[in-house]
Write a protein that binds this ligand. Sequence first.
Ligand code: G3P
Ligand code: CA
Length: 311
Amino acid sequence: MQRHPLFTAIPLGLFAAATSSAALAEASPLEQQLKDLESFQVIAHRGASGHAPESTLASYEQAYEWGVDYLELDVQITSDGQLVVFHDDAIDRTSDGEGKINDHTLEELKALDTGTWFNEAYPDNADPAFEGTEILTLDELFEHFGHDTRYYIETKSPQLNPGLEEALVEALEAHDMIDTGRVLVQSFEQDSLLKVHELNENIPLIQLVWYHPDEEDNTQLKEWTDVTPAPDDITDEDFKAIAEYAVGIGTNHMYEQQVVIDEAFIRQAQENGLPVHIYTVNEPEEMERLMDWGVNGLFTDYPDRLLELID
Ligand code: G3P
Ligand code: CA
């Protein structure tokens, strides 16, 4: 495992102290991006996906116009090797097609309508302009916004998407997104993150975790991929092991109605060099509670609500 070269042995909060003022003045874009992770980040989950069809240009344009810090997206790979911005393993829920996304070519996916479902599911936010929306490729997203925003990219379902990491790193390099401090790569799969780092060690990584009741003993919590023990059992060493390769951690805070982490979890992660981002938080009361806990950012489908709170 390899710690991010720019974060080596510098606990969160000591970045500035460990860096001379002259060096700070000359911080590279990538150094600045890492420093910004100490502040609060507004992360638009699949774009402003409470207002427009998720993972579409309309959703990202709305979030961008509101001035979010990051556009969050999931990438998957088509049967002909193209990267598309899409969350589900299957295309059924958010398009008029059927089947697994990676059983289709890009041409087949481009023929789908990924907007009309939203108008039917969310009539209060429906807009005829969403009808016929095409699936978005990663290249199209990068070409549209360029270096004017930052991207928080999840390698989604890596086992179902062989070649995903290689194609993603190639795209990030081709669009000059890394040294310019434009991208974080996130995954629930530690192996996927480590593969990204093998391909380019400068890419800042976020380890995602998901805590849920253990199926064998539902009084205990379990992390989905066992990347950490249950929150109550996490040691400093567990967080430090993640901080060897990642610059932050993304976690749920609720499982259904059950709270799964607390303020002490946030503090312990931070003290071990890991800023904490929480997904997916849409209610202002929850946003305020988590901000009071000192989290470093929230993923939300409603960036307008979060921006209003922090203005
Ligand atoms: O990437 C953070 C959060 O988006 C993870 O959950 O299922 O929305 O990708 P999901
Ligand atoms: Ca995601």
